[in-house]
Design a protein around this ligand. Structure first.
Ligand code: SF4
Ligand code: SF4
Length: 408
């Protein structure tokens, strides 16, 4: 078999089905990566969403015995929204990260990879291919880097010369010995823009991410977000794009040639208040096509509550009080109590007094220890002064790429 010729045909086929970038690499174990992952775990930087078996994460032959090569693919997605709806007082909006704007990339890339595997099997009947997109054991960025699609920047994103880091990644593990491509040289140089811009200091060093402090991860947890991070959340409902927005290699990079990845503004930048009372069915109808839906509606509703606090939106007080009083989920009651404390301090006067009374009454009835604590803290805050940031905010910074408010 002329593997070079087959490789050229596979590349041509991949382009014909809308894959923007394709590269080939050996299936050797990722030895250096494993050492870094061991260290990462030791320091407690993992998110918990990763494959726990580090051998599986770094040795392709654990996914496909006899693996000989890896085929990395990338599809580019938009970095801008045309005519984004704007927040206004009483009608504030949240934002999903760009990777969640369009149709769920897991579905789209998986379908492309299945077609690519089908093409390869038609050419080589005993070919074996295992497809992965994000949730597979291998580290997509490491595979893409080895296959020459781009380099992993200090922000831990895979940066391609053509599309910046606005790309979805996936790969095939195969038993075929395709000739490998050459990795791209790292081009961060002296730049530290991403490390400087990260609102939480989650980028603890070049290419080192403490997931436990990363807003992209925190927006997805189902438990309460620790208080230290709540004020950093801005209007992010799912993910965080800040360390990508500031990257000079993303400047003017905007690919909107895949219709399935174009954002519906009411999904990508939804009004916050209607989210609070959204039922399961309505949530699925609105967000079901986006990858943001994978954790269900609770984290997004919790984040919407925190975003309303960020905007100090006093018009949301009735809905927030109803949640703090009646929602059956302690995470939601606790978030609502926190938000009411923030908003009440900002509003001052009679509103503040009314909230103090209402929250004090709730504190006597609340049975959940964590929520009682939130109520007590909110009451303390209502007896103090507003710490300031976000007060009277009418702008959601995702519109202008400001580091403090973009979302991924
Ligand atoms: S995604 Fe956001 S919080 Fe996470 S490292 Fe990047 S800028 Fe920091
Ligand atoms: S912002 Fe600068 S340091 Fe960070 S990934 Fe981009 S080029 Fe590299």
């Amino acid at each position: 078999m002329d593997w070079q010729a087959l490789k050229a045909d596979v590349i041509a086929y991949a382009k014909s089905i809308g894959i923007d970038k394709i590269g080939f690499a050996t299936a050797d174990p990722f030895v250096e990566l494993k050492a870094r992952l061991v260290e990462h775990r030791r320091k407690g930087y993992e998110s918990g969403f990763e494959e726990p078996d580090l051998d599986k994460r770094t040795d392709p032959s654990r996914s496909l015995p006899g693996a000989r090569s890896l085929i990395a693919v990338a599809m580019a997605y938009p970095s801008r929204m045309e005519n984004p709806p704007k927040s206004a007082p009483g009608a504030y909006r949240g934002i999903l990260c760009r990777a969640a704007w369009g149709e769920d990339y897991h579905v789209v890339l998986r379908e492309r990879l299945d077609r690519l595997a089908g093409y390869i099997r038609a050419r080589v009947p005993d070919a074996q291919c295992v497809a992965m997109v994000d949730t597979g054991p291998l580290v997509d960025r490491a595979v893409a880097e080895r296959a020459g699609l781009g380099w992993v920047g200090k922000n831990t994103a895979l940066i391609t010369p053509e599309f910046g880091s606005w790309v979805y990644l996936g790969e095939l593990v195969t038993n075929l010995p395709f000739p490998p491509d050459t990795p791209v040289t790292e081009q961060c140089g002296d730049c530290t823009a991403c490390l400087d811009a990260c609102p939480t200091g989650a980028l603890v060093g070049p290419g080192q991410l403490n997931s436990q402090a990363c807003l992209a991860y925190l927006t997805q947890v189902k438990t309460p977000i620790s208080e230290a991070f709540r004020d950093k959340l801005g209007n992010r409902l799912y993910g965080c794009d800040t360390c990508q927005v500031v990257c000079p290699h993303n400047r003017k990079k905007h690919a909107d040639h895949h219709p399935e990845f174009r954002p519906d503004p009411e999904v990508a930048k939804p009004l916050l208040k209607p989210l609070l009372s959204m039922g399961k069915k309505a949530f699925q109808q609105r967000f079901g096509r986006s990858s943001a839906a994978w954790r269900g509606k609770k984290p997004i509703q919790r984040n919407a509550i925190l975003a309303l606090a960020h905007f100090r939106d006093a018009s949301a007080i009735p809905e927030l009080l109803a949640l703090a009083e009646r929602d059956e989920r302690p995470v939601i009651r606790g978030a609502a109590a926190w938000a009411l404390g923030k908003i009440g301090v900002s509003a001052g006067g009679a509103t503040r007094d009314r909230l103090k009374e209402a929250l004090a009454a709730l504190a006597t009835r609340e049975r959940d220890e964590e929520v009682r604590l939130e109520l007590r803290r909110a009451l303390e805050r209502l007896g103090g002064v507003d710490s300031g940031r976000g007060r009277g905010a009418t702008r959601d910074a995702a519109e202008d790429g400001e580091p403090g408010g973009t979302a991924r």
